[in-house]
Design a protein around this ligand. Structure first.
Ligand code: FES
Length: 375
């Protein structure tokens, strides 16, 4: 088996589930408040060292909000010394010039700042904090000042998609190098709030048209800003190659040390090992959880004989589980799936508007309530 398995090139370190934001589209597990333990600095060092020895090259620091970890500069420095290309994925809340200078000195390579909306009121509401919008703009300017490539990430959903033009204008004003206009993917809290977040088809088409118009304008003005528009699975007829195949490239370590092939796999009815109990090479190459959906043998029909299986690897296992209750089913996004009608139905339901206030926000109180009702 070992020689057929790819290297864990991309390591995602979810340092903590603590976060000052309460985004209703967060991909963290619903029960995050019940997971209190976090790996220590030394335990993270060991994860980085082992992953690097196994061939990992990219390391993303995420969360929750990674900035709440006081040892972040040490973690960055250690990862940098090991030779990782390091990326900080942050909301920017809690960031300041002193921290960014420290991170630069520690060798951080890349920063991605997420915004919630171009409208300060909506942004602050989603962020659960006043002035979050202005603070984020300041951070974006600091990212530029410290000569980082500036990647701004906007999660787009039905409550901000109609402001796409303002969002793009804001990014241009902030001199972003790359803008990710990522339509919400439905995992964790986003799945819980799907009906209130999924844009309608008309909204999506308008947003894509405006993005294309701005691409042309930027090109004509010789502005290198790159706009990336990510269409949600729910408007596709074929599934995405989720994680580039299960256990192929991506290795996620959650705050408590659980190792996952993707950020959403914790919800699956399967055992995943913890770095405190098992060596990383054994986790990657030998554990049941990582081997379960590798390759093509696990596939049912129509995936098994589908000519596209080498391209999409059967789609997303977590999505199959969330929608059908069985992670080994074909991804319902695929129009060949017997469950594709569930995707079509979700599109239809998106026509019924839900107010922003009706969404379930990702916070400790809601997480505890959900955890109690599930257990
Ligand atoms: Fe888990 Fe797609 S998010 S396999």
């Amino acid at each position: 088996m070992t020689n057929q398995v790819g290297l864990p090139l991309w390591l995602l370190a979810e340092l903590t589930y603590r976060c000052p934001l309460q985004c209703p589209y967060c991909s963290n597990p619903l029960e995050f408040a019940s997971i209190q333990t976090e790996l220590t600095t030394e335990e993270w060092f060991k994860v980085f060292k082992d992953a690097r020895q196994m061939g990992a090259v990219q390391l993303g620091f995420s969360g929750g909000e990674p900035l709440v970890r006081q040892d972040l500069p040490e973690l960055i420095e250690y990862a940098h010394q090991l030779g990782f290309y390091t990326n900080l994925i942050t909301s920017g809340l809690g960031f300041n010039e002193e921290k960014i200078a420290k991170f630069k000195q520690a060798g951080l390579d890349h920063i991605q700042v997420s915004f919630q909306a171009s409208d300060p009121v909506i942004n602050d509401m989603l962020a659960g904090s006043r002035n979050a919008f202005e603070k984020k703009k300041d951070i974006a300017r600091l990212v530029k000042k410290y000569e980082y490539p500036m990647v701004l990430n906007f999660v787009i959903h039905r409550h901000n998609i109609d402001q796409i033009e303002d969002i793009i204008k804001l990014c241009i004003e902030l001199e972003a190098d790359t803008v990710e206009l990522a339509i919400c993917q439905f995992y964790g809290w986003a799945y819980l709030n799907r009906q209130g977040l999924l844009p309608t088809k008309a909204q999506l088409e308008r947003a894509e048209r405006i993005t294309n118009e701005y691409r042309e304008k930027l090109k004509a003005a010789n502005n290198p800003c790159k706009l990336i528009f990510v269409v949600p699975d729910y408007y596709e007829e074929r599934p995405k190659a989720c994680m580039n195949g299960w256990g192929n490239i991506f290795l996620t370590i959650t705050p408590d040390g659980t190792a996952l092939p993707c950020h959403a796999a914790r919800q699956l009815p399967m055992q995943f090992p913890n770095v405190k109990d098992m060596a990383l090479p054994d986790i990657w190459y030998k554990s049941t959880g990582f081997n379960h959906f590798r390759g093509y043998d696990w596939m049912p029909e129509p995936c098994r004989t589908c000519p596209e299986k080498t391209k999409d690897f059967g789609g997303c296992r977590c999505q199959a589980f969330m929608l059908t209750g069985d992670a080994s089913q074909p991804d319902p996004v695929c129009s060949k799936s017997d469950h594709h009608h569930m995707i079509v139905q979700a599109r239809e339901e998106s026509e019924k508007m839900l107010a922003l206030e009706d969404l379930t926000f990702r916070n400790k109180k809601n997480s505890k309530r959900i955890f109690v009702s599930q257990s």
